[in-house]
Design a protein around this ligand. Sequence first.
Ligand code: EN2
Length: 117
Amino acid sequence: SKKERANKKKEQRDLQACKSIVQELEGHEDAWPFLLPVNTRQFPTYKKIIKKPMDLSVIKKKLEDNLYKSREDYCEDLRLMFNNCETFNEDDSPVGKAGHNLRSFFETKWNEHFPPT
Ligand SMILES: Cn1cc(C(=O)NCCCNC(=O)c2ccc(F)cc2)ccc1=O
C-alpha cells in the first residue's frame, strides 16, 4: 500500500542515518576503547561483570546485516555500550572519560538526525 511504501522509505532513511552516525563515532578521537570488543584476556573480570558486551564493530555488523528492527533498537545498543563502560570504568580513568565524551557526541548526533518533537 501507499502507507507501507512510505513507511519503508522512512525505515531506509533511518537506517542510512544510523550508518552515518556509527561512521562519525568511529572517526572520533575518543572512539579507541569502543572500536572492538573488550579483550577478556586483557580484562579477565569483564565477562563476569558485563552481562551484555557491546561495541561499535558489532553495531556496524548488525546494521549491515539489517538486524535492527528500528532506530530505537539501534540506539539501545549504543546506550548499552556506554552504560557498560560506566559500569566497568572509573569516571576519571582514560576509558571512563572517553566513554563520557563519546556518549555526549553520540547524543548530539542523535538529536541532529532525529530532533525530539
Ligand atoms: C570499553 N572498554 C575498553 C577498554 C580498553 O582498554 N579497550 C582497548 C584498549 C586497547 N586498544 C586500543 O588502544 C585500540 C584499539 C583499537 C584501535 F583501532 C586503536 C587502539 C577497557 C575497558 C572498557 O570498558
